[in-house]
Design a protein around this ligand. Structure first.
Ligand code: ADP
Length: 162
């Protein structure tokens, strides 16, 4: 049984993330999406809200589960006995950060945790949660970026009525 973890902030999930999730769920028998409880960031959505949104957005994918974690990814992966991390790569700008993380995780895990990268489908290459939130905060149209129910939740946070 091949299992993988897809960790991230997902604040909130976009079509870019969902593209990676769908493709990873096709490759692995089991995929755990893990929402990182990063105390250094000030998210728009709480961890609980992000988990709830992700569960709703992936409810048709039977081999996908959604959880949250805090602390080191290597410790969390070891606890779950999972040896593969999935990450998405949008552009060269993601590369250096992702390479550093992947190599650090490999080292910290005693070479037991590897990272697999899926490159973004071109139509989502421009998408980031940050941009989506910025557009939404000004009442802009984010229907091409996130599912409708996610867009509603974002507008609600910014007090935008649509
Ligand atoms: P983090 O804060 O950990 O970077 P994100 O939620 O922003 O978390 O991203 C999680 C993962 O999803 C990262 O690997 C990121 O590169 C990837 N990702 C984000 N947006 C996209 C996108 N539009 N297409 C493909 N992958 C993406």
């Amino acid at each position: 049984m091949k299992a993988a973890i897809y960790p991230g902030s997902f604040d909130p999930v976009t079509y870019g993330h969902l593209d990676v999730i769908r493709r990873a769920a096709d490759i692995f028998d089991e995929l755990t999406i893990s929402v990182l409880n990063n105390v250094k960031k000030t998210p728009l959505f709480s961890v609980g809200e992000r988990v709830k949104i992700l569960k709703e957005a992936t409810k048709d994918l039977k081999n996908v589960t959604v959880e949250s974690f805090s602390g080191l990814l290597v410790d969390y992966a070891k606890e779950k006995n999972i040896h593969v991390v999935v990450r998405g790569l949008r552009a060269i700008t993601d590369f250096e950060y992702e390479l550093q993380n992947a190599q650090t995780n490999r080292l910290l895990s005693g070479e037991k945790l590897d990272t697999m990268f899926l490159t973004t489908s071109l139509e989502y290459a421009y998408l980031s949660s940050t941009t989506v939130k910025e557009i939404a905060s000004f009442g802009g149209d984010i229907s091409a970026c996130v599912p409708e129910f996610v867009a509603d939740e974002i507008y609600k946070k910014y007090g935008v009525t649509k």
